[in-house]
Design a protein around this ligand. Sequence first.
Ligand SMILES: [Zn+2]
Length: 58
Amino acid sequence: MPKQKFPEAEARLFSRVFICMKCGGRVKASPAKVKARKINCRKCKSKQLRAIHKDRKV
Ligand SMILES: [Zn+2]
């Protein structure tokens, strides 16, 4: 059985989660705010965030 995908769940889980480039912490925020650089990492206060790579397996 192929792995089932739930687009809604994926969107909820990943599309609004960003990764801090400095400390690797996860930050939940709206993409618009991240683009506008209004979001800081909670741990290190960095504004360098990237979108989560949902297809990459760690
Ligand atoms: Zn950080």
